[in-house]
Ligand binder design. Sequence first.
Ligand code: CAO
Length: 553
Amino acid sequence: MADVLVPDMGSDDPVDIAEILVKEGDSVQEEDSLVVIESAKASLEVPSPAAGKIVKIHASVGQSLKTGDVLMTIESSDSGSSETTEVTDNQANGIDSVMEKGTEERHDAPESASTGDVDVLANADQTFNIPDIGGDAADVIELSLKPGDQVKKDDTLIVLESAKATVEVPAEADGVLVKYEVNVGDSVSEGKPFVVISVAGAKSAPAEKPAQQEAPKQASAPAAAPQQASAPAQTAAPAAPLNTNSLDVNLSSDVHAGPAVRRLANKLGVNLGLVSATGPRGRILKEDVHAFVKSELSKPKATGAAGGTGLPALPEMDFSQHGEVEEVSLTKIQQMSAQNLHRAWVNIPHVTQFDEADITDLENFRKSLGEEFKKQGVKITMLAFMIKASVHALKAFPKFNASLHSDGKTLIMKKYYHIGFAADTPNGLVVPVIKNADRLSVVEIAQQLMDLSAKARDKKLGPKDMQGGCFTISSLGGIGGTAFTPIVNWPEVAILGVSRSKMQPVWNGKEFTPRNMLPLSLSYDHRVIDGADAARFSQYLSKLLGDARRMLL
Ligand code: CAO
C-alpha cells in the first residue's frame, strides 16, 4: 500500500483539490495523473507513484489541505513490495523547487563595482533564469508585467505551463522590469534567461546605463523580420490550434490572473479579457470572475448577446422534460478541442475547396510495398504519401505555409515544414505534428505516423509533439464518407480533409475507365488565401498524387 500525499507547493498556504481524476477501484499506471491541486501560485497534477489500484480516496473536490495530508491510498500491483511507501513532493514535477529554488538562480548580477571614491548604491540590471520546473520544458503562457513596471519581490513575472502543471514564477527582488528575454508561446526549460530586472538598491558602477533606457529604445526601433515573426504568439487573435496546452493563452493572454482563476474562468466559460480586475496590479481575482458572471446573468436577456461578445446566446435547455437523460462530462481534450474549434470557427472566414485525385497508380504502388515494409514493422499508409505531397504543395504555394499577423497586415512566411495530422483517440481529437517532413522519406513519415498515433492513443503525447504545425491533414478515409469541411487549425491557414477513395468510371477522352479516386476537401482562411489559390493548390496536390514521380522533380 502507498499513501499519496499533498506535495510541497512551495508555501505553507493550504491547497485546494480542484479535480479528482480517478475513483476508488480504478487501476492506474505509474505517472498517471490522480488529482489536480491548486495553490494561489500554481496548479499541479499529482502523478501516481506506481502502477496499481486506488483503494481509498481521502480527499474531495473543493477541500483545502496542507502539505503532507493524505490524498489517496494505492495498492501497488507489484505484489513483491509489501512496504508502505509514502508518495511525496519529489514526484510532483518539482513544483516545490520552482517556488524555493529561484533565489539560487540569479545570474549576471554585477559584482559590486567601486568607483574609486565611494560605492554607489543604485539600480543594476540583473538577468534571472527559469528555475527548476521539474525537468520538462514548459510553455510561456503569460508575461505578467511589461517593461518599465515596478516589480515587488514575489510578484508574478511569468506564467509557465507544462504537460502537468501551471506555475507562476515570482520575482526574487524589488526593482523595475527592463525586458523579457522570452515571448508568450516560447518553450523554456531550467536555466534559460527570461527576464532582466533593474534591481533596486543593488551596487552598480556609475558608468552602467540606467536599465529603463533600454526598453523604450527597443520599442521605438523598427521591427526587424525575426521580431515580427515572434509577435503573433503574444498578440494573435483569440483562436487556437488543436493542442491541449493553449487554452489559457488564448482565453486571456493579455490579462493578469493566476492558474486557479484561469481554471475557474475556463470552467465557467468566461473570457478573462472581459473581466474587471480588483486585485493588486490589475490582477483578476476569483471574486472578480464571480462578479462578472453575476453581472452578465443579471443583464436583460433581450440583448441576445452572450457574455458581451456580441454572439447570439444559446439558451439553457432542460431536456429532462422530454424524457430520460444522463449527463456525461467531456474529457479535458474534448473540452479544449471544443474551445479551440469554436474560436477558429468564429474568427476565421472559412471556405472549403473540393477536389479529387486519381490515386490508382499510387495505391497500386503503395500496396506493392506492403509486404516488404511489413517485415520492417512499418505500415506505409496513403496518409504518409499525402504528407509528402503536401510539403511539395506548400513549397509551390508558400502562402499556405504562413500565419496571419495579428495586425492583419503581415504574413509570417514559414521556411520549415511541420505537418500535423488529426488523430482520433478514445479521449478525443488530437493533432500530433511531424516535424521537418520535408527532410523525411515517405517510409520515415509512415514510421512517425505510427509512433505518434500510438502515443496519442496511450495519452503519451507531450506539448512538443503537438506544437509548431504549418498545415494539417485530417484523414477520415479509413472510416468513410465522400467529403467534409474541416476547420482550419489556427494559426495555420489551411487544412486538408481526405475522404474515402473509391473506384469510379472516369472518361479518358475515348472511354470510361475504372480509376481509384480520392476526395480532397481543402478548407482555408479566406483572409489569406483566395479561391483561385485554393483551386490551384488542390489541383497541384491532385496531380502529384496522380503521378507520384512528380515529387522527384
Ligand atoms: N481511402 C480508402 N481507404 C483508406 C483511406 C482512404 N482515403 N485512408 C485510409 N484507408 C484505409 C487504410 O488503407 C487502412 O486499410 P488497411 O488496414 O486495409 O490497410 C484503413 O483505411 C485504416 O487506415 P488508418 O486510419 O489506420 O490509417 P491512416 O494512416 O489512414 O490514418 C489516423 C491514421 C491516425 C489519421 C487515423 O487512425 C485517424 O485517427 N483518423 C481520424 C482523423 C479524424 O478524426 N479526423 C477528423 C478531425 S475533425 O476535422
